[in-house]
Design a protein around this ligand. Sequence first.
Ligand SMILES: *Cc1c(COP(=O)(O)O)cnc(C)c1O
Length: 409
Amino acid sequence: MANDFFGQIDPPQRLLMGPGPVNVHPRVLRAMAADMLGQFDPEMTTYMNETMALYRQVFMTQNRWTFLVDGTARAGIEAALVSLVEPGSKILIVRAGRFGLLLSEIAERIGAEICTLDLPWGEVATLEQIEEALIAHRPQVFACIHGDTSTTMAQPLDGVGALCRKYDVLSYVDATATLGGMPVATDVWGVDVITGGLQKCMGGPPGSAPITISDRAAEHIMARRHVEAGIRSGDMADGSRARIPSNYFDLAMVMDYWSEKRLNHHTEATTMLYGAREAARVMLEEGLDARFARHKAAGAAMVAGLRAMGLKVFGQDAYRMTNVTGVWIPEGVEGEPVRQQMRDDFGIEIGTAFGPLAGKIWRIGAMGYNAKKHNVLLTLGALETCLATQGYAVKRGAGVDAALATCRT
Ligand SMILES: *Cc1c(COP(=O)(O)O)cnc(C)c1O
């Protein structure tokens, strides 16, 4: 007889080679099985401080304010924007993909005046274009995406922070898809606020958003601090700045929570903190350079393999993210049956696409724990068979051979 308490969670074995989430490093899963601590337990306080120290290294920064926003990557994005951008103030957003559009959607809800630097999907902005837009619009905040998984392009960010400072503009970057896979050089870039996630190149599960905040951005955010009636005491803002229109995402309050003050805000998501801490430990043990090189090698093998199969890779080689590759669905082939056969016959997931690229490209990732030679080869081999099933004339073995060849050089 059927019971009404369903079965245990026992997901089918999948190799997740899409744009995230990806398979989680086993050490991260194990860390997340540890028991709870009270949120002011000295051991928990130690873990929180260690997590801040670890993420300073992950973000390549000295920023004191480097911690976790509880929630998926989008929680980090929303916390950053709602805390930086005041209603009625101007924000300049680079939009060259789905996530740039997300930034403007969030800023619109905040009631900001939105200025955009719009580019066709697959392009990136030049420093000159950014400077022109800063001069034309004179915004208070500049925002862009580092690696936009919707286009698989990475926006170059060298010089962007300095440019923003020159015009007295606070800068924000969403590095969700690159953190842990490509250098996110916070201090070198001079970007004020950067947020990430765990479920891409950090090799963790979705649900935690690491963030780093420069002192000057923290000062701006703290000036918007307010006192929660009857609960908190502290420095009241002088009233000249608009109160942050969110409680959960009020980074001034969250910073008070992560500071020596340990002012209660929400309950830190204990299990996610364990996972985020371990994901950073795994990364730093591997070494940043080795980790970036591993992603680069996996991405290069994927690109070589796809091209050897006669497929056309989307976008510009010079700006390609190393950890996810867009590939045009060849003429005469339906995208979805291929994805379905990849899943059903091989247990491999690859990604679809959004917006103008929907139905036109697949997005194939090799991120975090999955950015390894054997996963790339398995994916290429499986894709070859699925393409052949669809009647695409593919030279058997060419993709895997070409990918293998890149690993030998
Ligand atoms: C995947 C991704 C996100 C996802 O946010 P979630 O809330 O974790 O789903 C945000 N930004 C970029 C650039 C991404 O690639």
